[in-house]
Design a protein around this ligand. Structure first.
Ligand SMILES: Cc1cc2nc3c(=O)[nH]c(=O)nc-3n(C[C@H](O)[C@H](O)[C@H](O)COP(=O)(O)O)c2cc1C
Length: 258
């Protein structure tokens, strides 16, 4: 089973490509989270591989991943190891160690963690913006052979080639910045809809945390539920969502790869 979460399409594109090569079924963690607040039953068959594909947020797994792991109830787990494939704009910190710990707490060993550099989606702080078109093109082109290498490593259980980019100050970023993001920064919700909003409800329907509802045809964010995945701001078809003054004039990005 190939569990994936994606706000803006990068991780779902990687998950789809991997599922084609490895023949694993896709399971959308975002859809499961959106559907209800209850436990999420998952039935696993025999020896099928467990592969998790998700974006890096603040040098750790997107917060929706721990929400999913808190609520999933896997049946039929047979002791098989898991794999993680992180997509990132630059680097992942020590998400490999952190995610390994999260799975170990559930009795599941993480055999290998990989990363794929994809176009950046973080735009909320000064100095952060979407990538230039040429950078997007280069990253997407390089992601194809990378996915093939990852699939081959999994298929042949050959993990000799390093296919994970931790980056500089990796431990510090994951142990310091990620907890601050999880506890504090992700709930500082300054999203608002501009006059361009047409009340189409798409932002609410793509939110994995059910943090958005419409009042008088305008989206309102529930700060305690928001995990700052940025699906709403990037996917708005009218570009009508901003985050305080931080995102005016910045790019928006969605990958629609079928
Ligand atoms: C809230 C947030 C935090 C991010 N933090 C990082 C980061 O720490 N390191 C990095 O390289 N990319 C970071 N990114 C970029 C994403 O990891 C990257 O663009 C990813 O491929 C997006 O995947 P998706 O389209 O499946 O959501 C961040 C993006 C968001 C929205």
């Amino acid at each position: 089973m190939l569990f994936f979460f994606s706000s803006t399409g990068n991780s779902s594109a990687i998950a789809r490509r991997l599922s084609t090569v490895l023949g694993e079924k896709l399971f959308s963690m975002a859809e499961a989270l959106k559907n209800s607040d209850a436990d999420i039953p998952v039935s696993l068959a025999g020896e099928e591989r467990l592969i998790f594909v998700f974006p890096i947020h603040a040098w750790g797994p997107a917060l929706s991943i721990s929400q999913f792991l808190n609520r999933w109830r896997p049946a039929g787990y047979n002791g098989q190891p898991a794999y993680a494939v992180c997509t990132c704009g630059d680097d992942c910190g020590r998400t490999d160690l952190l995610f390994g710990r999260m799975l170990r707490e559930q009795g599941i060993p993480l055999r290998a963690c990989f990363s794929v550099q994809m176009p950046n989606t973080y735009i909320l702080l000064p100095g952060f913006d979407t990538d230039a078109n040429e950078v997007v093109r280069k990253k997407l082109a390089a992601s194809h052979p990378r996915v093939e290498e990852i699939a081959s490593a999994i298929l042949h259980s050959d993990f000799s080639k390093p296919l994970y980019v931790a980056g500089s100050f990796a431990r510090l970023k994951t142990s310091l910045v990620y907890p601050l993001f999880a506890r504090w920064w992700s709930h500082r919700v300054k999203f608002h809809a501009t006059a361009a909003c047409v009340g189409c409800n798409l932002c609410a329907s793509v939110c994995p945390s059910r943090a958005i509802h419409l009042i008088n045809k305008r989206p309102v964010w529930t700060a305690s539920k928001c995990v700052q995945c940025l699906a709403c701001i990037h996917r708005c078809p009218k570009r009508a969502i901003e985050y305080g003054n931080a995102t005016a004039g910045k790019g928006r990005y969605v990958l629609n790869e079928e």
